[in-house]
Design a protein around this ligand. Sequence first.
Ligand code: UDP
Length: 328
Amino acid sequence: MSSHSDSQLNLIVTGGAGYVGSVCAARLLESGHRVTVVDDLSTGHRDAVPAEATFVEGDIAEVADDLLADGFDGVLHFAGKSLVGESMQAPDKYWHGNVMTTLRLLDAMRRHRTPRLVFSSTAATYGEPATIPIPEDAATNPTNTYGATKLAVDHMISSYATAHGLAAVSLRYFNVAGAYGRFGERHTSETHLIPIVLQVAAGVREQVQIFGDDYPTPDGTAIRDYIHVVDLADAHEAALFRATPGEHRIYNLGNGAGFSVKQVIETCRTVTGHQIPAVVAGRRAGDPAVLVASSERARSELGWTPRRADLAEIVADAWSFAQARFAR
Ligand code: UDP
């Protein structure tokens, strides 16, 4: 399968029925790449898969060996478990779903000589950071099982790259938000801040809880670095072309600016024109006070610049998506 030109790749997108995976699949197709989405639909949605993608329903751990035998230029591996709270309650889901699954994918890639891998890692690998903004060489001390499993996968990828010549990139996401047209965030039971706040604005939830107002931050609420999902997706395409055989590169992806929970709620009030009642509740287990990325390495080595860095614009895109979903 090498009828394409050098700049048009034949790619597998695992988790392409999920939030970030579907946006990334859509952007890659627009760039002219061929995309096969693999998703077991455990948390993704069939109708989130872009129409132009080939769709394979299944667990990547089960289907990778057969599928990769057809010859692909690379895998973008989004499939996995991603909720901090759930990872503390049901760690088995995370060690199996993130670590075991990726090990089987790596073995299949090695067997079929699939040259490139771009992996969805996370800021949660760092834990409570010693310096802000967080550079890629910061210590990794995850405070939750989710972060621990993603860090374990990063270690696995490093050793496969070194030993077997894989060209690998891990992208450590900070807080992904926003939407891309019909592709957006719609988890069955939502835990993320912006979609929850917008559910309150849309009238499908009564109030938002602020998890802790006693953090050592200016307004006492936790600070995160919110990045637009389209900027995030575009970094994946850059990573595919930056990937170098035998190397595992790691890049943080954020805007480099932090917003507190209270600031996010206030921005949502301004963008939506709704009042959005908020109440203070206790801290959520495993949550660090401040997570803000240094994205200097991604900017200099990937030539990547976030183009939608304004929080109000990120929220506005998420709001358009939420309104279409909850039209009231
Ligand atoms: N948060 C909150 N109320 C909610 C959901 C989240 O106060 O209903 C806080 C959460 O404690 C964290 C921030 O908002 O400080 C972002 O949380 P989210 O779950 O969106 O992303 P995370 O940082 O956990 O990846």
